[in-house]
Design a protein around this ligand. Structure first.
Ligand SMILES: [Fe+2]
Length: 242
């Protein structure tokens, strides 16, 4: 019996015996704290964004408090992280990325994804931009240096960026990207570590899907503070940064 089932049974039994006064509000709060309900609510936030009920920055502001309703350990148990780890390919560079199968049990829109990224210390998910999507990465274990840039504009073979964040985060902390804020990112594992990624892509379904684009953001900033980041292939990016 899962801890969710056993806790719910306990509550139902306690209520039927009349030995425990539990308001409907506290029951609702309890249900909300279940890790799969948390993932379901995170996916629902993406659906609301696609329906135009909130902006991309509102999605970024709200996804953290939703994902942080449960602890990294509770989330890891709910997605059976150790089984996913056994399924992860050994990679020489970058992170091993495994889809979270529980996505299929949850209502979600076209373009939604939940994945885990397994890192060895010193490896990075190379710097890249995203298009027509929002994503959030939460640390399940380990410590990461995370750098972000706004994507100011695209030029042939390169992007103009502006650095926005450079910080170190640990278990439970979260970062996010959108078209309009912190679009490019670079996760570097300081220790062995795991990230869970929740994405809502295809925000505008009329735009053809476009894969994330690897970039080199290491050029010196120009006088106006912007950086010219050359576009890289996946192989180039993993050789250079992975
Ligand atoms: Fe990304």
């Amino acid at each position: 019996m899962s801890s969710w089932t056993s806790r719910r049974s306990f509550l139902e039994r306690a209520l039927s015996l009349g030995v425990m006064a539990v308001s409907s509000r506290s029951l609702a709060a309890f249900a909300q704290s279940h890790p799969l309900a948390t993932l379901s609510d995170a996916l629902r936030l993406g659906q609301r964004l696609r329906r135009g009920e909130l902006t991309q920055t509102q999605w970024q502001d709200q996804i953290g408090p939703i994902m942080q309703r449960v602890t990294p350990d509770e989330l890891s148990a709910a997605i059976e992280l150790e089984a996913l780890r056994r399924r992860a390919a050994m990679v020489a560079r970058g992170a091993a990325v495994v889809p979270v199968p529980q996505l299929q049990q949850l209502q979600h829109d076209d373009g939604a994804a939940i994945r885990v990224f397994f890192f060895r210390a010193g490896r990075t998910d190379p710097p890249h931009c995203h298009f027509n999507s929002v994503t959030a990465h939460r640390v399940l274990s380990g410590r990461f240096r995370v750098r972000h840039w706004d994507r100011v504009r695209e030029e042939p073979g390169q992007f103009v960026l502006r650095a926005t964040r450079d910080r170190t985060i640990g278990p439970g902390e979260l970062t996010s990207i959108s078209e309009v804020r912190d679009n490019a990112h670079w996760h570097e594992a300081i220790t062995d570590g795991v990230l869970i990624d929740i994405e809502q892509g295809r925000l505008d379904p009329s735009i053809a899907p476009r894969h994330r684009q690897m970039i080199d953001p290491t050029a010196r900033p120009r006088a106006d503070g912007t950086i010219v980041a050359r576009a890289l292939t996946n192989a180039q990016a993993h050789r250079r940064f992975g």
